[in-house]
Design a protein around this ligand. Structure first.
Ligand SMILES: NC(=O)c1ccc[n+]([C@@H]2O[C@H](COP(=O)([O-])OP(=O)(O)OC[C@H]3O[C@@H](n4cnc5c(N)ncnc54)[C@H](OP(=O)(O)O)[C@@H]3O)[C@@H](O)[C@H]2O)c1
Length: 277
């Protein structure tokens, strides 16, 4: 959640990621997948029965998976992977801090960071700790504890990479636990609102590397990086690192209620809307 920064005008159909059957292909698409193929992809207006998505960004739903199980592939997993690898440049043995680790992107990030050999420090609300522990995080801390920064620094001596998507509520902690000069913070969301950072902060108090990430913008501006992400995701699925997703599927009519719960941080993992129910 958070804000897009753009004023949205009606008619606006929300949603970015969807999975389903191809019912039509644009005339300019080279080597299109056959009609009837089940794919997952992203594009505007996903909270609806029909939508269009760029052919270059779709992936076939893996063999034996339901459409719902494939949701998250091009949004949560691609974002977590981009944050960890091409942007975060994480290496075996490094310490990675995943904020909001019980969220959709956070859960993928914990699994991936462990797979790439990082020591994973995760933050989440206490009620969600069991979920994050089950994913293999080395340490799970209460995201709201007042001494969070001290606890992380005491335990790690400094973090190599932070995956930051909460914004206002956690950004100060993320800055203060990151190792000076070599440490990286990849920012891809602001669920609790915008945080501020000044040039003074970067020069005098927090000499860290800050990288911004928007997966849709990355797909357009750096298509070769995006194609690497899609190929790596297919390899992760083939090797069993990425298991079928288990989103909670709700009827489309419950969308507004679910978005309010998301905004309040009350949800866990991936949610999906079924427009045919
Ligand atoms: N840039 C991109 O390309 C991209 C792609 C995908 C997602 N995103 C963004 O990344 C963020 C995470 O996505 P997601 O799908 O993992 O979201 P999510 O499942 O809704 O997880 C967000 C979590 O943030 C935590 N949080 C901490 N303080 C919060 C506060 N004050 N208000 C609300 N939540 C708070 C909550 O976990 P706890 O209760 O455990 O603290 C909440 O469950 C979102 O902001 C989303 O918009 C960006």
């Amino acid at each position: 959640m958070g804000h897009t920064g753009e004023a949205l005008r009606p008619p606006y159909v929300a949603g970015f990621e969807a999975a389903g059957e191809i019912v039509g292909v644009g005339p300019d698409v080279e080597s299109p997948l056959p009609l009837g193929t089940h794919v997952v992809g992203a594009g505007p207006g996903a909270f609806s029965q029909y939508m269009t998505m760029p052919a270059s960004g779709v992936l076939p739903v893996p063999y034996g998976w339901s459409d719902a199980a494939a949701l998250g592939m091009v949004l949560n997993w691609a974002t977590a992977l981009a944050a960890l690898k091409p942007l975060g440049e994480t290496k075996r043995g490094e310490v990675v801090l995943v904020q909001a680790a019980a969220g959709g992107v956070g859960q993928a990030a914990v699994r991936l960071a462990r797979h790439y050999g990082a020591r994973v420090i995760a933050t989440a609300s206490p009620a969600k700790h069991h979920t994050v522990q089950a994913l293999g995080a080395d340490e799970v801390l209460d995201s709201r504890r007042p001494d969070l920064a001290e606890a992380i620094t005491r335990s790690t001596g400094g973090v190599d990479l932070v995956l930051e998507s909460v914004g206002q509520a956690t950004f100060k902690t993320s800055l203060s636990v990151t190792k000076p000069f070599t440490g990286r913070i990849v920012v891809f969301g602001a669920a609790s609102g915008d945080a501020t950072l000044t040039t003074h902060d970067l020069v005098f108090t927090h000499q860290v590397q800050i990288k911004g990430l928007h997966i849709g913008a990355l797909a357009v501006a750096a298509p070769s990086v995006y194609q690497w992400l899609l190929a790596e995701i297919e390899a992760l699925i083939a090797h069993g690192v990425y298991p079928p997703g288990t989103p909670q599927v709700h009827p489309l009519a419950e969308g507004a209620m679910l978005l309010r719960q998301l905004e309040a941080g009350e949800t866990e993992g991936k949610l999906a809307l079924d427009p045919w129910r």
